[in-house]
Design a protein around this ligand. Sequence first.
Ligand code: PEP
Ligand code: MN
Length: 357
Amino acid sequence: MILKLSRPNPAVLAALEDLGCRARVLTFPFGTFVVALGLDPSALAAFQAMDGVAWARTAGSRPILAAREQCPEGTRVTLGAIEVGGETLSLMAGPCSVEDREQILTTARYVAAYGANALRGGAYKPRTSPYAFQGLGQAGVELLREAGDAAELPVVTEVMEPGDVAAMTPFVDCFQIGARNMSCAPLLRAVGRSGRPVLLKRGPSATLAEFVLAAEYILLEGNAQVILCERGIRTFETATRNTLDLNAIPVLKSMTHLPVVVDPSHGTGLREAVIPMARAAVAAGADGIVVEVHPDPSRAKSDGDQSLHLPEFRRLVEELRPVAAAMGRRLDLPDALPFGGTQIPLIRRAMGWGGSR
Ligand code: PEP
Ligand code: MN
């Protein structure tokens, strides 16, 4: 059972305790809830009638905390200087894998100069083949942090094991849960408890209902800072790596209050399809884009075929600008940004980037 409180009433918790139930109180910007799992549904009416209880529901197979009705105005997730789900379009960019210091620093400085508001790169990589590059692990997490600091960007990286969360937390601004782990309950609970925002990617064969229920696990740990990421699903089509399901954007927005971003890199697997599908995602109402960018995709240790070259990231931003404006969104750039001009590196003075690509 889940109760929503309209005001604090210690008698509610005392009554749950009398029934032998260990209840948890969760406080979100959109309300205070009591989670009392395992309680007999016959107790519902009595709690419903108690002072301070707005409503009581039996917890079943539908999301409650993540449901749109809990926060019709939409949740905003704080990530560095921006709020994902707010007016500014979020652009999370970086290489599929952190490979070495120069690669991640070069990428970080470039994408920061051209309007990214988060640096995303993988250190623990969930590769399809066990023989493929598995990532630099904790050393990669620390390099990512260094590059994020140098470019003044918050960092997002994937965690694959609950046991890694504690060591990673001091270095990470937002945990990514990869598509392959979307339904790994222990991992969802661990990032839920980390106190960090979470970028939750949709499983390649997950329905949208399953996707929102995966987010519900994180909210049930008291963490509503969850960003949903559509990254393509597996269909009969083989011309693209996945099929980017843009239906997910409006449908998720009706199902949940959590912000929705789109990853056209994994969604298509094809560099040339990334920019058009990013435009389409923004036009469909996405709150942001997650995109893979590499200084030399031909030498990338993972996902080179779908990674943008650095100047292509600049083109992405350029092409997103009018679409974002049409959707009432801003990009994190000065209005008069001279695309292609030499002044761009001056925008972020701390970056120390020479301007060559
Ligand atoms: C990634 O973001 O590099 C990644 C592995 O993505 P996904 O989990 O969506 O496959
Ligand atoms: Mn990748």
